[in-house]
Design a protein around this ligand. Structure first.
Ligand code: EPU
Length: 420
């Protein structure tokens, strides 16, 4: 038996939809909490399967995870043990690599199997490892397990060849207990990094420059507990804004920091989407016609690679030919193949794609090959005539809390079903 999502498309959407806490902040904050020696309380947690995998890893390390309710938990690392991370949960998500920085920072030693995550083409972690080495660690990678050890970690100046989100956060975590000052040049500037720095500073770390490309970390002796509320998920919000642009009569997307979505909102306005931003929500109204648009994915504050696939679904509706240049993950065009099955006119020439619009999509069987491809297929299914059946929905459940019930509340005809 396989669980699928089915959608009868063509329904106009109306109502309010609330965005959950940011997945890509959460997956860094949960490992970061183990750097403390006291309990850390985190609120605004999304109810997604990546969080379940991280809870499993924490519990394996003898960290107490006390769930207060669906969105709040206390992580208590006071009896934590640094064990070899060889459990299956490590392979279920990319972000398990944050235990490298956290355990190296706290214990000067980490041994773990390779992290998993969405297949978006090559996803090396050489910049993470170079950062650890610059701090004084020795890395041994036998293809199956990575072992990182250090006699002592000493602050230094690290230049990132690429403004990598994961490397920036991982180096910060390894450096919070290092001796002296660490400076990361060409650091990534994503809001999720700022959120992680905010929590670490509440725990007693001394980290300056979050949100800029130069981050300065002054090592401290010991981190304590704190309370932290996670920022809203800008990619989930962006997904709901895009699907509203496709199918809304009037949808209000709540719990949003619109500033985090400036690049998307500008592009949607360029397409002719009727969109109004407020302090913490965004209203999207039906738009009489949409025009084609060209996007280039870039590190924040540029156009997010994670919103490229969802936007490609909307591009099938716009007049003319839209283009996508993918500079972060050049092979991230699996959604285009699936959209083609639904009748889209798509030409992929890695790292670019062209989508010719004014096209009516038709429901059929499609596969969510990764998380954001899944989001694109949900949007496409809402736009298509007939029934769309989405397979491999475990990818969608990794990052979108209650997507089916949230969309049903807007009037979408969408449901989960077990099939043979
Ligand atoms: N890169 C390297 N070496 C490294 C690290 C990265 O060459 O050591 C390259 C990557 O191959 C890629 C680029 O640098 O070409 C960007 O990678 P980055 O490290 O910034 O990405 P990440 O930390 O692995 C996070 C998100 C992704 C999101 C990217 C880009 C998490 C857990 N994941 O990945 O989210 O696409 O940043 O913004 O935060 C998703 O949510 O669907 C997702 C894939």
């Amino acid at each position: 038996m396989e669980e699928v999502i089915k959608i009868n498309g063509g329904k106009l959407l109306d109502g309010n939809i609330k965005v959950s806490g940011a997945k890509n902040a959460t997956v860094a904050l949960m490992p970061a909490a183990v750097l403390a020696y006291q309990p850390v309380k985190i609120a605004g947690l999304p109810d997604i399967s990546d969080v379940d995998s991280l809870k499993e890893i924490l519990q394996f390390l003898n960290v107490k995870v006390n769930e207060l309710n669906e969105s709040e938990l206390i992580i208590d690392p006071s009896e934590m043990e640094n064990k070899v991370l060889d459990i299956e949960a490590v392979g279920k998500l990319r972000a398990s690599y944050y235990f490298m920085g956290a355990l190296l920072g706290k214990y000067h030693k980490v041994v773990m199997r390779m992290p998993g995550g969405c297949h978006l083409g090559p996803r090396p972690i050489n910049l993470h490892l170079k950062g650890f080495e610059a701090l004084g660690a020795k890395v041994d990678d036998n293809g199956e397990f990575i072992s990182i050890t250090a006699e002592q970690l000493t602050g230094t100046r690290i230049y990132l060849d690429f403004a990598s989100v994961g490397a920036t956060i991982n180096i910060i975590m390894a450096a919070v207990y290092a001796k002296g000052r660490t400076i990361i040049e060409n650091a990534a500037r994503e809001p999720e990094i700022i959120d992680c720095i905010t929590m670490l500073n509440k725990m007693g770390a001394v980290i300056r420059g979050g949100g800029t490309s130069k981050i300065v970390i002054d090592g401290v002796e010991r981190l304590g507990g704190c309370f932290h509320e996670i920022i809203p998920d800008r990619i989930e919000a962006g997904t709901y804004i895009i699907l509203s642009a496709a199918m809304a009569n009037h949808v209000c997307i709540e719990n949003v920091i619109p500033y985090h979505l400036d690049s998307l909102i500008s592009k949607l306005k360029e397409m002719g989407v009727n969109i109004v931003t407020a302090l913490d929500h965004v209203d999207v109204y039906s738009s009489p016609s949409l025009s084609c648009v060209d996007i280039t994915t870039q590190p924040y504050p540029g156009f997010a690679t994670d919103l490229q696939s969802p936007l490609s679904a909307l591009m099938t509706k716009a007049q003319g030919t839209s283009t996508i240049l993918e500079t972060i993950y050049p092979e991230r065009f699996k959604a285009c193949e699936q959209l083609e099955k639904m009748g889209a006119t798509v030409k992929v020439d890695i790292p670019q794609a062209e989508i010719t619009g004014s096209c009516q999509l038709h429901g059929c069987d499609v596969t969510a090959t990764d998380l954001r491809c899944g989001a694109a297929l949900v949007i496409a299914g809402l736009m298509a005539d007939g029934t769309t059946t989405i397979h491999e929905i475990k990818h969608i459940d990794r990052g979108y809390q209650d997507i089916v019930s949230k969309l049903r509340n807007l009037g979408a005809d969408i449901w989960r079903e077990h099939i043979d």
